[in-house]
Design a protein around this ligand. Structure first.
Ligand SMILES: [Fe+2]
Length: 206
């Protein structure tokens, strides 16, 4: 997998002081809206950082919670699929606990859940993560953080993925600040198949 070296470098930075803001990188109409990184981007990237967040190498049990297959296509604005785009996601476990020292409940985190993963789009621009339905934590609705690294010199897109029909959306400051069009672009399409729950989330890069 070809992953930009700056992703690996980020793991060495402390306290977020040197991190890029990640905001306002995709403010062109019709592209996936950008949101801030938030407080829980991992301090250090876990040794197991693949696209299967339900299995942690060396852990003695699988992740707890409701499995969710998160898939989608990354495209340019003109609809062209983008192969080779590196993606990261990070999210709370089923109990709403994040893999970060600032999470007040870190001691109760599910060690069978990876909390962070990486994938790269295939030749058709498609990606897939095996993860779980994130739990709720204080002050936020259900969400998954995502970052996409465009090829070439484009700045990464940092954003969040929301869920439809969540009561907590209506009390979430970030959700309430989005326009209807932005909400539509940042909300997964949920479905179910023989493997379980599926979430489709397409990304349009500017
Ligand atoms: Fe978060």
């Amino acid at each position: 997998m070809q992953f930009p070296p700056h992703i690996a470098r980020r793991a060495l930075l402390v306290g977020g002081l040197l991190l890029p803001t990640g905001s306002c990188t995709n403010d062109i109409p019709g592209t996936t809206p950008a949101l801030r990184e938030g407080p829980f981007y991992p301090r250090s990237i876990p040794g197991d950082a693949d696209a299967d967040l339900l299995h942690v190498a060396g852990a003695d049990r699988p992740a707890q919670g409701e499995p969710l297959l998160l898939t989608g296509v990354v495209r340019r604005q003109d609809g062209t699929p983008l192969p080779g785009v590196a993606l990261e996601i990070w999210q709370a476990d089923a109990n709403g606990i994040n893999m970060h020292p600032h999470d007040p409940n870190l001691g109760r985190r599910d060690l069978g859940f990876q909390g962070y993963g990486r994938a790269t789009t295939d030749g058709a621009g498609r990606y897939a993560f095996r993860t779980l339905r994130p739990g709720l934590y204080a002050g936020r609705t259900r969400h998954i953080h995502l970052r996409a690294y465009p090829l070439g010199r484009g700045r990464p897109l940092t954003t969040e993925i929301f869920f439809p029909d969540e009561a907590a959306n209506e009390e979430d400051r970030l959700w309430l600040a989005l326009s209807p069009a932005e909400r539509a672009m940042l909300t997964v399409r949920l479905g179910t198949d023989a493997q379980g729950q599926r979430a489709e989330f397409d990304i349009v890069l500017g």
